[in-house]
Write a protein that binds this ligand. Structure first.
Ligand SMILES: NC(=O)c1ccc[n+]([C@@H]2O[C@H](COP(=O)([O-])OP(=O)(O)OC[C@H]3O[C@@H](n4cnc5c(N)ncnc54)[C@H](O)[C@@H]3O)[C@@H](O)[C@H]2O)c1
Length: 267
């Protein structure tokens, strides 16, 4: 078990959605919380709302900009010390057919969802290795386990995140380091990021989803889908069914392939 008390935690995308809720849950468990977000006003609002709960601060960072990430990481180390627990949570979705994406939208999605977690982790992991303690939680998506129309670029970024996150988990274990990697793959959550989505499978509640993630970090869980059965159903279904049969199962029975038809997203 990881005890969050007095641990320094950094959450990207902490100004809204599950990032904001996880910040509150960590403060309630006695952790010091550092928010990174592109939304300066959002950071200020979250700090104002939660400052009575514990030690919280924030930095405006565009995590798609490597230079900003590196200089903010330096600032954090100087001002806040070693980051013990890192939650790579910030993410974006464009939500169009692939051919409708601009090249800028493709690059931004890859930079924020896939590359930034690697760059940010590379800034903090050596300190974790030196103190032989740390935890990195990467918020991927069930879209990283299953193909889905109007989600191709997002899916690409999350498949990438899952492969990287779980590979570094193995590296830390091979190197006998007490550093844990938890990869989270949620189904749709009602934060507003996926507004307009219609789903046969119930959309997750943001408060409950955030609590499950914090408990997964606490219990050093490795690969976690929300809900839990999604992992077994997708992995097993893909393994035993021919692709056309799996398409029928995921598309018609589970209704997944049409979920994005009326996507609006966060404006
Ligand atoms: N909401 C869902 O249905 C759902 C499902 C599966 C996975 N996820 C993943 O969970 C994570 C959090 O999602 P959410 O629903 O809370 O989203 P959200 O939109 O509420 O929050 C995302 C946060 O990331 C910040 N952000 C965006 N671009 C940034 C950048 N370039 N630099 C720094 N910060 C940036 C935003 O300002 C925002 O505060 C994302 O990685 C998302 O892909 C969400």
């Amino acid at each position: 078990m990881i005890d969050f008390k007095n641990k320094t935690t950094l959450i990207t995308g902490g100004a809204s959605g599950i990032g904001k809720i996880m910040a509150r849950l960590l403060l309630e468990r006695g952790a010091k919380v550092i928010l990174w977000d592109i939304n300066t006003q959002g950071i200020a609002d979250v700090i104002a709302e939660f400052k009575e709960k514990g030690e919280i601060c924030g930095y405006t960072v565009d995590i798609s900009d490597q230079e900003q990430v590196k200089s903010s990481a330096k600032e954090v180390k100087k001002e806040q010390g070693v980051v013990d627990i890192l939650i790579n949570n910030a993410g974006i979705i464009v939500g169009k057919y692939f051919h409708e994406h601009s090249t800028e939208e493709i690059s931004a999605t890859a930079a924020i969802n896939a590359n930034a977690p690697m760059i940010i982790t590379s800034c903090f992991i050596k300190d974790m290795m030196d103190q032989n303690f740390g935890s990195v939680c990467n918020i991927a998506s069930s879209g990283g386990l299953i193909s889905n129309p109007k989600m191709s670029v997002y899916a690409a970024s999350k498949w990438s995140l899952i492969g990287w996150s779980d590979s570094v988990r193995l590296e830390m274990s091979q190197l006998k380091k007490n550093i844990h990697f938890t990869t989270i793959m949620p189904y749709y959550i009602n934060t507003g990021m996926f507004d307009g989505v219609k789903s046969k499978i119930p959309i997750l509640d943001q408060e409950a989803a955030s609590l499950t993630i914090i408990k997964a970090i606490e219990k050093k869980k490795v690969m976690v889908t929300l809900p839990g059965w999604i992992y077994r159903v997708t992995r097993l279904g893909q393994a035993v069914m021919p692709i056309k049969m799996f398409d029928w199962f995921a598309g018609s029975i589970m209704g997944i392939y049409k979920t994005m038809e009326n996507f609006i997203g966060r404006k």
